[in-house]
Design a protein around this ligand. Structure first.
Ligand code: NAP
Length: 243
């Protein structure tokens, strides 16, 4: 088994996920680059390797059972265990998301990726995480999933437009995160949700104001928490995000 710590980042071919992979790689992790598209995956792996990261490609569509099962088998074969899982892959659902007119197919697609995808990947990777001496799970959420912030009077300013698929998918993910924490309390697995801030990526047509590297920092921190670090929290760079 490898001496280096092993991480898997989902949706690591671009945006924040790529920078999480780069950040963990810079800290000495061997990084599995989870990505569904072969070309985009190999380009990202090559770029990371050129930057000195020990990266390997992991074909991974978080909505597909067989793909996730195969990904776990590949990580087991390559590394024998997993020290950090960063559930970063996510979609917005794009189209207009007013509650009164939303297309339920958009709701289903967003939940399938942002929530069920996280559960699918986490459960497949848990046996490998249990072999680590310091396993960490980071779920890439968003402050738009914060009910406290969404319901604040000035929420248009702080949590973006009304989006009945995307925002509640992150609220759902936060709730799921807490359920994992409850079940796994008493183990050495630390599980937290992260908000990267408003980051310029494909997700928002590059309207965000932070760089992907800045957005990645909180996930890198939570993936490398010391053994006495927090679990069951929701964090951004500035500190705790209210649920
Ligand atoms: N950008 C922001 O301001 C912001 C704010 C708060 C939270 N977030 C969260 O941060 C995470 C990363 O977002 P980003 O801004 O970096 O967006 P992005 O540039 O659009 O990247 C999203 C990544 O997820 C992947 N992905 C989507 N569906 C997938 C699936 N079914 N299986 C595997 N991979 C899949 C994409 O792969 P493809 O290239 O194949 O599509 C891509 O690698 C998301 O969870 C997002 O909700 C972002």
């Amino acid at each position: 088994m490898s001496e280096a710590k092993i991480a898997l980042v989902t949706g690591a071919n671009k945006g924040i996920g790529y920078e999480i992979a780069a950040g963990l790689g810079a800290l000495g992790f061997t990084v599995g680059v989870g990505a569904r598209d072969g070309q985009r995956r190999e380009t990202a792996v090559a770029k990371l390797r050129a930057a000195g990261v020990d990266a390997f490609g992991v074909p991974l569509d978080v909505t597909d059972d067989a793909s996730v099962t195969a990904a776990a088998a590949l990580v087991e074969e390559r590394a024998g265990r997993l020290d950090a899982l960063v559930n970063n892959a996510g979609v917005t659902g794009d189209r207009a998301q007013l509650p009164t007119t939303v297309d339920l197919a958009v709701m289903r697609a967003v939940v399938e990726t942002n929530v069920l995808g996280v559960i699918r990947v986490t459960n497949a990777m848990l046996p490998l995480l249990r072999r680590s001496t310091s396993p960490r799970i980071v779920n890439m959420s968003s402050s738009v999933g914060s009910l406290a912030r969404q319901s604040a009077v000035e929420s248009e300013l702080t949590t973006g437009p009304i989006a009945v698929a995307y925002s509640p998918s992150k609220t759902f993910l936060n709730a799921v995160t807490v359920q994992y924490v409850r079940e796994l309390r008493g183990t050495n697995i630390l599980i937290n949700a992260a908000c990267p801030g408003y980051v310029a990526t494909d997700l928002n047509n590059f309207r965000g104001v932070r760089t992907p590297e800045q957005g990645a920092a909180i996930a890198v921190r939570l993936a490398t928490l010391p053994d006495d670090g927090p679990t069951g929290g929701f964090f951004e760079d500035a500190g705790v995000v209210p649920w």
